[in-house]
Design a binder for this molecule. Structure first.
Ligand SMILES: [Zn+2]
Length: 281
């Protein structure tokens, strides 16, 4: 079932047990635009079926928020003009050379090019995968791009992000909605989960310059402004307290600065910033 956020915005909720991210749909008077393609042919087909039932203008554009497999593997299904930033395009180019038969998939997993879970989903949810090739993008932008769907403007911007270097967000000014993709999350490097500390404040600045009431996140569906503000606040106080690779010192510093001990979220974030210090040390 699609969720309707406003007259012109819908989304399909994330499904964590299937590693499916949130997918978005913005409808203008002339065209519709899809945000993220889904993690498989099957995921994309299910989304397209829901869209067909809505009787909205045709899907002309598909924006991929970043080059993580769960966001783009369904991209062939839409017959749409595919839009990515130039860094996402570079990363997708590597995937365009991939084959999806059993032997190739095993080779990519063994060389850490793709995750075992990704292989499983490809095997289960991409039919005809022996001949499957990822299609190419059609519009490649550097910093930002504005699209008018007919009385409905979407602003795409490549922002700084704690998750990946190629994060695109989509802002719909009329509706005060931002699709963040995974940009506000951390990432895993050498089995360590971390938030890129040096990019936290620049990222928040990039996102907060848009006047928004609702935020769609890749693996959380929707947050309102208060939830988002609390998320930023906890991240910032956790980051401020973390100045070295010592978790103990960071937790003490947090207590000193806030006159209380860190809550569960803040502890989780502090651990992630300590990991970031370890990775960069
Ligand atoms: Zn991601």
């Amino acid at each position: 079932m699609l969720n309707q956020l406003s007259n012109s915005i819908y989304y399909l909720s994330n499904l964590n047990e299937k590693e499916r991210p949130t997918l978005g749909l913005v409808c203008g008077e002339k065209y519709s635009l899809v945000i993220d393609a889904g993690n498989s042919v099957q995921h994309a087909k299910e989304f397209l079926q829901e869209i067909e039932a809505l009787n909205v203008p045709p899907v002309k554009y598909l924006v991929i928020t970043h080059a993580h497999w769960d966001h783009f593997l369904g991209m062939n299904e839409y017959g749409a003009t595919i839009i990515v930033n130039s860094l996402t395009n570079q990363m997708l180019n590597e995937w365009r050379g991939y084959s999806f038969d059993d032997a190739s998939l095993k080779k990519y997993v063994d060389s850490n090019k793709i995750a075992p879970l990704c292989m499983e989903i490809i095997k289960n949810e991409i039919t005809n995968r022996n001949s499957f090739k990822l299609t190419s993008a059609d519009i490649i932008f550097e910093k930002s791009l504005t699209i008018d769907l007919g009385g409905k403007v979407c602003v795409l911007e490549k922002i700084k992000s704690t998750h990946t270097d190629d994060s695109t967000i989509i802002y719909i000014p009329d509706e005060k909605v931002v699709f963040l993709g995974d940009s506000a999350y951390g990432t895993t490097t050498n089995s360590l989960f971390h938030y890129k500390q040096s990019l936290l404040l620049p990222m928040i600045e990039d996102i907060q310059k848009y006047d928004a009431d609702h935020f769609l996140l890749g693996h959380e569906s929707i947050c309102d402004k208060d939830e988002m503000d609390l998320y930023w606040k906890e991240l910032i106080s956790a980051s401020t307290a973390t100045e070295s690779t010592s978790l103990e010192m960071a937790l003490k510093c947090f207590e000193r600065e806030n006159n209380r001990s860190a809550n569960d979220n803040e502890r989780f974030f502090i651990k992630a910033f300590v990991n970031d210090q370890i990775i960069n040390s």
